[in-house]
Design a protein around this ligand. Structure first.
Ligand SMILES: [Fe+2]
Length: 227
């Protein structure tokens, strides 16, 4: 009789253990799903343009918190210091737009991106800005160099985007004093004034090279990134 009671209790106990295990496994699976979803959001936020790119911390971790002016480099970055600024306008070409994101990336003074992965957005020198109320942006950096052993002009890549403006890439920033910028390139762009992608650099009283490029944003019809 005592053996029967022991078997019965054991059966009940095993049943309890099985039910508990089932509940715990469901809870565990749920936690795993929630954890994965959370990790996805976190990864997305961390990989936003500009993350970790601004030694000064001014570019923020993503475009939502980006400033209108950022530094892509630390004060010890080798190269010729350079500040590029401008205004981003609506498609009418007249209305300055606030809250437009400009993402830029470039080579260093040796012509290298120093990227560690395939995504060129994660090149060492990159950052993101968001235009202020006057539509202004500005980034401090060093003048990039041409790719090693190439005749490709030095350049800064750029993407623009904003509310109702899906992201697309615009012509690279080039520099008028670059020996690899051809007269044909200049002739095509010179009528655009400050809207030219070939930027004329002048040395300011601060000893730093300054250049201006204004941008008229479009509803992307070409060069769209899908972002
Ligand atoms: Fe490039």
């Amino acid at each position: 009789m005592s053996q029967q009671i022991a078997k019965l209790n054991c059966r009940k106990f095993l049943g309890f253990v099985m039910k508990t295990a089932l509940v715990l496994s469901l809870v565990g699976a749920g936690a795993l799903v929630l954890s994965s979803c959370g990790a996805g959001r976190s990864l997305s936020a961390q990989s936003s343009p500009g993350s970790g790119s601004s030694p000064s911390g001014s570019s923020g971790s993503n475009s939502a918190s980006a400033s209108w002016n950022v530094s892509l480099v630390s004060s010890t970055e080798p190269g010729e210091p350079m500040i590029i600024s401008g205004t981003i306008y609506a498609p009418d070409g007249k209305t300055p737009l606030e809250g437009i994101s400009l993402f830029v990336y470039q080579t260093d003074a040796t012509g290298r991106y120093s990227t560690t992965g395939g995504d060129n957005r994660n090149t060492r020198l990159h950052g993101v800005m968001k235009t202020n109320r006057e539509g202004r942006y500005e980034f401090r950096t060093i003048k990039p160099a041409s790719y090693p052993d190439s005749r490709i002009p030095a350049h800064v890549h750029a993407y623009v985007s904003g509310p109702d403006y899906p992201e697309y890439w615009i012509d690279e920033y080039h520099f008028a004093d670059d020996p690899f910028v051809t007269s044909e390139m200049k002739a095509k762009d010179e009528v655009k004034g400050n809207r030219s992608s070939i930027v004329t650099l002048t040395r300011g009283a601060d000893g730093v090279l300054h250049g201006v490029r204004d941008i008229v944003i479009e509803r992307c019809a070409k060069n769209c990134t899908g972002r």
